[in-house]
Structure formats: structure tokens, C-alpha cells
Design a protein around this ligand. Structure first.
Ligand SMILES: Nc1ncnc2c1ncn2[C@@H]1O[C@H](COP(=O)(O)OP(=O)(O)OP(=O)(O)O)[C@@H](O)[C@H]1O
Ligand SMILES: [Mg+2]
Length: 362
């Protein structure tokens, strides 16, 4: 399921490159994302199809100028629910140049265009200086909701002026970089992400079943889905300018994470914090065993903090730090078991015949 770039009969060649391997289908992209990102099935599908169709269009629908009708993506969802993680994971999977820019830092400078040029320069660097390859890259602009059309403070740019600056490159224009090189942004895919705090309230005001005709024959599921969609008008009301939202035709929503999802994030996802600490303890010759109850307790606390999965690591590390403090000084410990956040951990001592896999009785 690796994306490769070397031309071969099985791949879609463009300007000497096969951008996506044949086997990198939307479902293959989703399967890859599933390993690292828990839940958010709808956003994964939307993102996977957008990326897939972007590269299919480049390969098959090039017009004379080499420009395609782009489907840039907007990811909307509460803080800490996986927007940035989705894009980071996607970038690891795809073998296309991928950079992240932060809208907040774009708005904190007077020199927005220079910041944008710097992001394009980074894209070119990621493409090893190959302009043609960089022109098919992906730019993720995070915290886009911070670009509300409000007045700028001195030394900064207004959100609206940053939106205008971004519009130009999202639309597609040649941008001059250092060394007299030009990069055309026409076929670069833009993914924007933002928490859009308050958007739910705007949607609750504007979305009624009234905005689409309903009849007894209407499929309730389809109606529900349509009504849950973020409409461009919701984004205008939030503070994005119409021209900007017009360049983001694909909108995917991420949802709040449930308790079982938070438990999975800590203990099931590839590279989860539990797996990381199991490895750290194994490096000390100690088996780490944490019961599901502990993860549920941590998830319950994290839900109260209302920062999505963000607070999980902090709470988990608070639990594990005093134990990890003890381990290196006590080589006789071969196993640690934790059954509850509110009970002491149990330590098992190594016996002379211990095989280092935690089989010793306490
Ligand atoms: N759905 C998820 N699956 C697995 N891990 C997740 C998920 N959501 C969040 N996380 C964890 O929480 C951390 C923060 O998530 P992320 O940076 O993707 O949030 P975000 O949606 O971009 O939030 P913000 O709007 O504040 O930028 C990630 O590094 C990851 O460890
Ligand atoms: Mg983020």
C-alpha cells in the first residue's frame, strides 16, 4: 500500500512521475489512517477520496494549462480530535511533498506573502528541489479558523488580508521563490483545518429541516446528513470571506471523541502511548501491564477537561512517572501491574530463574 513515484506501467505517469500507486485507493488510504487515527470515519473517507481524485484528475484531466478543478478540503472539528494527526498520518503514507503552515503565525506577521513563499520553499525542499514534483504537493494550513475577518493589531495582518493572500495561491498562481525559481500553485492540493469554536451554534440557528423540502418520501438519513453539513453560509457567518470558502468545496467534520475512542487512542492505536511505554519498560527488562479500567478512568478525566485526546498523555504520564522513576534503581523488579488509577501499582520481583518476561510471582 506504499505510494511510489517511480514510473512503471501500473502507475499514472505525469511529468515523469507516478504520483499515486495504483493500489493507493481511497479504501487503502482509510485503512492506513485507521491504524493511527481512531474514529472520524467520515473525515477519513472524505479526505481519502479528495486526495485520490486530486491525483487522478492531474493524471487524466489535464487541460492545456495543466490546471485541474481542485477540490481543496476543509477539516472542521473540536480541538484535539485528530485534524492535525489525520494530515500528518496522510503525509507519511503518501509519497508526495507535504508541508504544514500555521494560519496563526501567518496572521502574526506583517509580511504574509513572505511567510507563504517560505511555506512553498519548504515544499520545494521536500521535493528535493524538483519544481514539477513540488507543484503536485499538498499544503496543510492549520488553525484556519483564527483568520476571522477582524481588525489587525499593529505589526500583524488582519485575518481577512491573510485570507486574501491565501486565496491567490489556492486559486493557483506562479510564485517567485529565492534563486529566481517559480512555483505554480495551480495543482497543489490545500487542506485547511480548524476547530471553529461557535460554529455549532451558528449551524443550530441556520439548519432546520426547512432549508430543504421534506416530504414523506424523503429518506430521513439523507435529510439528516444534509442538515448536519457545514454550509458555506455558516462559514461566512463565522468570519471567513465568501471567496475563501469558495476555494474549499470539500468540507469534512470531525466529531467529539467518545470514551471508548479515548481508551483505544491510549491503548490500541499504532504508536499509542501504552505501546510506547511497554517498549520503554521492556528496555529495562520489565513487563508493564495496565488494566482497561485505568484507561477508562483516564478517559473519564480527559472528557471533563474537554480538550479531546490532548490531555490523555499528561494524565497517563502522571501515573507512570513515579513508577519509571523507581525502575532503573531496582533491577530486581521484573513486572508492574496497574489495575486502577486510584490504587498503588503492584511490583513483582525477579526470581533467580526469572526469564525477564514477568512470570515471577509477587
Ligand atoms: N482520533 C484520534 N485518534 C488517535 N489519536 C488522536 C485522535 N485525536 C486526537 N488524538 C491525539 O491527540 C493529539 C492532538 O490531536 P490533533 O493535534 O490531531 O488535534 P486537532 O484536532 O488538530 O486539534 P486543534 O484544533 O487544537 O489543533 C494527537 O497528537 C493524538 O495523540
Ligand atoms: Mg490541529
Amino acid at each position: 500500500m506504499r505510494a511510489i513515484r517511480k514510473p512503471s506501467p501500473n502507475h499514472l505517469p505525469i511529468a515523469g512521475y507516478a504520483l499515486l500507486a495504483r493500489e493507493t485507493t481511497p479504501s487503502a488510504i482509510v485503512r492506513y489512517l485507521d491504524q493511527y487515527v481512531i474514529g472520524q470515519d467520515e473525515a477519513k473517507k472524505v479526505l481519502a477520496v479528495a486526495v485520490y481524485s486530486h491525483y487522478r484528475k492531474i493524471a487524466t484531466l489535464r487541460n492545456e494549462q495543466g490546471l485541474i478543478g481542485k477540490s481543496n478540503v476543509l477539516l472542521v472539528g473540536p480541538s484535539g480530535t485528530g485534524k492535525t494527526l489525520l494530515c500528518d498520518t496522510l503525509s507519511r503514507m503518501l509519497n508526495v511533498p507535504f508541508v504544514t503552515a500555521d494560519a496563526t503565525s501567518l496572521a502574526q506577521t506583517k509580511y504574509v506573502n513572505e511567510e507563504i513563499e517560505a511555506a512553498l520553499q519548504r515544499l520545494l525542499d521536500k521535493a528535493d528541489g524538483d519544481v514539477a514534483n513540488a507543484q503536485h504537493g499538498i499544503i496543510f494550513i492549520d488553525e484556519i479558523d483564527k483568520l476571522k475577518a477582524t481588525n489587525a493589531q499593529s505589526g500583524t495582518s488582519s485575518g481577512e488580508s491573510v485570507q486574501h493572500a491565501l486565496l491567490k495561491i489556492m486559486e493557483g498562481s506562479p510564485v517567485k521563490l529565492t534563486g529566481n525559481q517559480y512555483i505554480d500553485t495551480g495543482n497543489i492540493l490545500f487542506i485547511c483545518g480548524g476547530a471553529f469554536v461557535g460554529l455549532e451554534n451558528i449551524m443550530a440557528k441556520t439548519h432546520g429541516f426547512g432549508f430543504i423540502a421534506t416530504s414523506a418520501d424523503d429518506n430521513q438519513n439523507i435529510l439528516d446528513r444534509l442538515n448536519k453539513r457545514v454550509k458555506p453560509t455558516d462559514l461566512f457567518e463565522f468570519g471567513l470571506i465568501p471567496e475563501f470558502t469558495g476555494r474549499l468545496p470539500v468540507i469534512a467534520k470531525l466529531h467529539d471523541l467518545s470514551k471508548p475512542m479515548l481508551v483505544s487512542i491510549m491503548s490500541v492505536a499504532k504508536n499509542s502511548i501504552y505501546h510506547q511505554y511497554i517498549e520503554i519498560f521492556r528496555g529495562e527488562g520489565v513487563e508493564l501491564n495496565i488494566g482497561r479500567r485505568v484507561f477508562e478512568q483516564i478517559a473519564e478525566i480527559a472528557m471533563e477537561y474537554k480538550t479531546g485526546a490532548r490531555s490523555l498523555r499528561g494524565i497517563f504520564e502522571e501515573l507512570i512517572t513515579p513508577i519509571l522513576y523507581l525502575i532503573p534503581d531496582n533491577p530486581e523488579i521484573c513486572k508492574v501491574e496497574i489495575d486502577s488509577l486510584f490504587e498503588d501499582a503492584r511490583f513483582f520481583k525477579r526470581k533467580p530463574a526469572c526469564n525477564g518476561h514477568g512470570d515471577c510471582p509477587p
